[in-house]
Design a protein around this ligand. Structure first.
Ligand code: MRU
Length: 337
């Protein structure tokens, strides 16, 4: 178990740690309507693909308890919040099926949450040996406990390696525009006294090119059958620069992030968010009032830049990822869209 927990459910209310407020304040929001859960996901009060999936699973329970929605309508509300993270669709569909077939939605959501936490722990155990010798690690965005309920994806192997005695140092990309790296990843690492330094996003190439990074590890929002993956905007350029400099690049994710029905990354939907997130910093506008902005929240990185995927079943080399994804899809036994 990790010290940080992103959310918890006490019937009939979902509580979340409001990630928009971190690290300045610890604010817990109590969500008792499915509309509130949807809004929390849309505004990134709860965020990170696996955590969004678990929040949405409990959002379905909140809807069922409220008695105002059909399973289909509640699922529609939650699915409309963010398009990229596949976990959202898996979490919603897991509970929708239980509810629509007369089963117990809470039992389905609890089981889904447990599975995600166990898979993230397994990712930590599988990935930790990668960091026995790679001591200086770069990560992008936040793929820690906040993004996954517990453990993390990219941060799980780092946590487990540290507990096994590895001496690691983490380069933390600040991750504009919403600063998930400098606000959230740094907060998680600081709480566990894991040595780290925050760097401006545009500094990563410098550290990769000058031999100061031994490995890069990131999470993912959706991984296609050929291994192409979507993750926080800026991931693609880190992968290209890591490849150019011969630095291993790892992608860590639970099975709920693997979209077996999508052949490649070309068709992964990329969320475009509001321009204020770019024009403002910390709620204060710094750009000229006449300027406009664009704000894609994710980019897609081709599989050829990935050294290996850290999955709950172990480390899968890039060439073997297709087979691993198909097996995982069969084990999950349904496709959510
Ligand atoms: O927009 P966000 O903060 O939800 O984006 C999160 C990311 O891009 C993470 O890297 C990804 O979800 C993996 S989380 C384990």
């Amino acid at each position: 178990m990790t010290a940080v927990r992103a959310l918890w459910f006490r019937d009939p209310v979902l509580s979340i740690l409001d990630q928009r407020e971190l690290p300045r304040r610890t604010v817990v929001r109590r969500l008792s309507r499915v509309e509130d859960v949807a809004e929390a996901i849309r505004t990134l009060a709860v965020r990170g693909a696996p955590a969004i999936g678990v929040a949405a699973a409990y959002g379905m329970v909140v809807a069922e308890r409220g008695g105002r929605h059909t399973p289909e309508r509640a699922a529609g509300l939650l699915r409309a919040t963010r398009p990229t993270a596949y976990d959202l669709f898996v979490g919603v569909e897991t509970v929708r099926r239980a509810w629509a077939s007369g089963g117990d939605p809470l039992a389905a959501a609890d089981a889904y949450r447990t599975r995600i936490v166990e898979e993230c722990h397994a990712i930590g155990t599988a990935g930790a040996p990668l960091f026995a010798t790679a001591r200086r690690v770069l990560t992008h965005c936040n793929a820690g406990a906040l993004a996954t309920v517990e453990w993390g994806t990219a941060l799980a192997p780092i946590r487990v390696a540290r507990r096994n005695g590895a001496r690691l140092f983490v380069w933390v990309d600040e991750t504009r525009p919403l600063l998930q790296g400098s606000r959230l990843t740094a907060w998680e690492l600081a709480r566990e006294r894991i040595p780290h330094a925050i760097i401006a996003d545009n500094a990563a190439g410098h550290y990769l090119a000058t031999g100061q990074v031994d490995a890069v590890i990131v999470g993912a929002d959706r991984i296609a059958r050929n291994g192409d993956f979507a993750n926080k905007i800026g991931t693609y350029e880190k992968a290209v620069v890591a490849h150019e400099n011969g630095v291993p690049f790892y992608v860590a994710a639970p099975w709920s992030t693997f979209d077996a029905r999508r052949a490649s990354g070309a068709s992964i939907p990329v969320e475009e968010r509001g321009e204020d997130e770019v024009l403002e910093v910390g709620g204060r506008r710094l750009a000229p009032s006449a300027s406009r902005a664009r704000n894609p929240a994710f980019d897609v990185t081709p599989a050829k830049f990935v050294t290996a995927y850290v999955t709950p079943a172990g480390v899968v080399r890039q060439r073997a990822v297709g087979r691993a994804i198909s097996e995982a899809a069969r084990a999950r036994a349904f496709a959510p869209d």
